[in-house]
Design a protein around this ligand. Structure first.
Ligand code: AKG
Ligand code: FE2
Length: 318
């Protein structure tokens, strides 16, 4: 039986930024995961989950009207994971930085979701997906603001100025993706419904609906892998470090392998993946290297094939 981890809980409303930074440092060194509370995004996340339930319960042919293009929109199965694929459906919303980016997103429109649908699938037809876009945009911006706060706490935790990430142009403009996930609940506890991976970006904010299944493997180089459950705390979000932050910190902070096991129950989750702006140069943060600990070439992880290396993004690296 996997143990349930006791991860640090960071209170974002606390004025004591230093003690938050100390807890974040410890969490990121030990396991790359922690919780945040008092983030101010409770209502928006409840609304967005309602929208997700409404969208994902539509028939497949209707959801496919918003099929993923330019990395945005609906995916019935994860095509990146081979022929079998994970037992999950997803919907991506890309950067809302400006209208060019925002318009690449796929938003449901009344024309696409014709009259028959509105009357057949919704008790109150005026409700169907009408609130999708405002709910998702609001969630996106609120999560992005939380992300900015976290970046400044992470900067403090690394003994650099609180506005370090802002000064280097990493987070002034959002390069973030919001991923909405639906696990239909057809798989039992022996199945991985989201297979083991580490996130390739800098930081992930994860909101789950309380249905268990998320597990992490704290030592990705150890075989056989040992998995621990990440329990649900009502109202708390889960934060984890991605590969890019691991590299930025010279492997001081861990980008931890995680997965979702089936429970036979439907499960919804939403993740905001925070990446630095593509023009931001990523180089080893000064406080994370020294003569005796020069910038790592990251070979151990590459050899083990556990690092996705930022997917296909074109971040400038040194
Ligand atoms: O659904 C979850 O709880 C985890 C999702 C996840 O790890 C991801 O989308 O990268
Ligand atoms: Fe993930």
């Amino acid at each position: 039986m996997p143990a349930t981890l006791s991860l640090p809980i960071i209170d974002l409303s606390s004025p004591d930024h230093l003690s938050n930074a100390v807890s974040i440092r410890q969490a990121c060194i030990e396991c790359g995961f922690f919780y945040i509370v008092n983030h101010g995004v409770e209502k928006d996340s409840v609304k967005a989950f309602d929208e997700c339930r409404r969208f994902f319960s539509l028939p497949l042919e209707e959801k496919m009207k918003l099929e993923r293009k330019e990395h945005r929109g609906y995916t019935p199965l994860d095509p990146d994971l081979g022929s079998k694929g994970d037992s999950k459906q997803s919907f991506y919303i890309g950067s809302l930085e400006d209208s060019t980016n925002a318009n690449l997103n796929q938003w449901p429109s009344e024309e696409q979701f014709g009259f028959h649908l509105r009357y057949v699938f919704c008790e109150d037809p005026s409700e169907l997906l009408r609130n999708w876009r405002p709910s998702m945009e609001s969630l996106y911006w609120k999560l992005f603001d939380v992300g900015k706060k976290l970046f400044s706490l992470i900067a403090l935790s690394l003994n650099v100025d609180e506005d370090f990430f802002e000064k280097i142009g990493a987070i002034n403009k959002p390069g973030a993706f919001l991923r909405l996930l639906y696990y239909p609940g057809e798989m039992g506890s022996h199945e991985e419904v989201c297979s083991a991976h580490s996130d390739f970006g800098a930081l992930t904010l994860l909101i789950t609906d309380g249905v268990p299944g998320l597990q992490i493997c704290r030592d990705k180089l150890k075989e056989p892998r040992v998995w621990d459950d990440v329990g649900h705390i009502e109202g708390a979000f889960i934060v984890n470090i991605g590969d890019l932050m691991e590299r930025w910190t010279n492997c001081l902070y861990q980008s931890t392998l995680h997965r979702v096991k089936g429970t036979g129950k439907e499960r919804y989750s939403m993740a905001l993946f925070l990446d630095p702006h593509p023009d931001c140069v990523v180089e080893c943060i000064e406080s994370c290297c020294s003569e005796s600990s020069p910038p790592s070439l990251y070979l151990a992880q590459i050899k083990q094939n556990t690092v996705s290396f930022f997917g296909n993004r074109s971040q400038k690296l040194r």
